[in-house]
Design a protein around this ligand. Structure first.
Ligand code: ZN
Length: 145
């Protein structure tokens, strides 16, 4: 298939003014196969046709870096609800209503009126950490009544 090169057609040429390979319109032909003059579609200057492949400007190729950026190094985040689920699955304790004067032990399951079921950990003399579904709270226990 013969590519049609005639006046009025667009062709890629090196523009001497823009210093870039740009789309040009052919204004004059040397013969049937070679272009004599072109008009730069960008700066509208008329100059002789310059083969874009023979110019240095063509060497700077734009690398496509779009789209394929992989998300790496995402550390495995254990959410509180995962921790809660894990602890709840492990424990054999029956849930008991939470009261401040009761003494709890690690692994106890409490049923908090506001936060729901939680698993006791890090028990201290009068405070303890409780893992609830969405948060870890420090609660009072073993409070002398
Ligand atoms: Zn130009």
């Amino acid at each position: 298939m013969a590519s049609q090169i005639t006046t009025g057609k667009d062709v890629l040429s090196y523009c001497t003014k823009c210093k870039l390979n740009l789309s040009h319109t052919i204004v004059a032909m040397k013969d049937e196969k070679s272009i004599a003059k072109v008009v730069c579609n960008t700066c509208k200057s008329t100059h002789s046709y310059k083969d874009p492949s023979s110019s240095n400007a063509n060497k700077t190729r734009t690398k496509s870096t779009a789209g394929t950026t992989k998300k790496t190094g995402v550390s495995k985040v254990v959410s509180i609800s995962d921790l809660w689920m894990e602890k709840l699955n492990k424990t054999t304790s029956k849930s008991q209503p939470y009261t401040t004067d009761h003494k709890y032990r690690e692994g106890d399951v409490i049923d908090h009126t506001k936060f729901g079921p939680g698993i006791v950990q890090n028990v201290k003399a009068t405070t303890m950490e409780v893992v609830f579904r969405h948060e870890i709270k420090t609660l009072v226990h073993n409070k002398p009544s």
